[in-house]
Write a protein that binds this ligand. Structure first.
Ligand SMILES: [Zn+2]
Length: 220
């Protein structure tokens, strides 16, 4: 590792400033879709949709940290966990929807309790045949969060985004409005070594195809 290695520079981790930075970025984006919130110091949680203050959110590792332990040793050394996981903010305050109590610590804890174990097992090959609803819903939630981390609130307010958010709160049963014919394909394998040419595999964990310009069709 050299002093001017591009990944080396990203190892300077400071959790409060990362959260602050993410919140400010989301706040700017949020005010585009909800101008009335621009001066409130609040943003919507991208899952439950509640308008909350910064201290009611915590950092969310989109790919669970447990799942990253299987990454190449060299990648673990060079690329910080936060970068390999992909980060966003999820609420951490008691969550009750339509009279039902979901989680004492919000969507952050709900994802951890309902989905992270399965995501970890799938990424590490412990589950290699996905024929149950919960692993599929786990991956759907992961993909939604990856999209949100890349494209922001325009994803949360699309018709498809709203379905994903509703599905997040139903870990064992598909939502009625989930399309009958949907496909998720998980392919490929990790590179065998980390080089300047392939470092994006770890430093930019989510990749989106050219269809990305169609992601943000806002639904009133
Ligand atoms: Zn939430």
């Amino acid at each position: 590792m050299t002093k001017d290695h591009p990944i080396h520079m990203s190892q300077q981790i400071d959790h409060p400033s990362i959260k602050e930075e993410l919140f400010l970025k989301l706040q700017q984006d949020h005010s585009i879709f909800d101008p009335s919130s621009a001066n409130t110091d609040k943003i919507r949680c991208c899952m439950c949709g509640r308008l909350l203050a910064k201290d009611q959110f915590s950092l969310e590792h989109i790919i669970p940290q447990q799942a990253l332990k299987a990454d190449l040793r060299a990648a673990r050394t060079l690329v910080p966990t936060n970068t390999r996981a992909g980060l966003t903010l999820l609420c951490n305050t008691p969550l009750e929807l339509k009279g039902r109590k979901y989680s004492e610590k919000g969507c952050n804890s709900w994802k951890g309790a309902k989905y992270d174990t399965n995501i970890n097992k799938i990424i590490n090959g412990v589950i290699n045949k996905i024929n149950h609803k919960n692993p599929i819903i786990s991956l759907l939630s992961l993909c939604y969060l990856a999209l949100f981390s890349k494209f922001g609130y325009r994803v949360a307010f699309t018709k498809a985004g709203i379905i994903c958010r509703k599905q997040f709160f139903s870990p064992a049963k598909f939502q009625a409005d989930l399309p009958d014919f949907s496909q998720l394909a998980f392919l490929g394998s990790s590179p065998l070594d980390i080089t300047e040419n392939n470092q994006a595999y770890w430093s930019s964990p989510f990749w989106f195809d050219e269809g990305q310009q169609q992601v943000g069709q806002y639904v009133e």
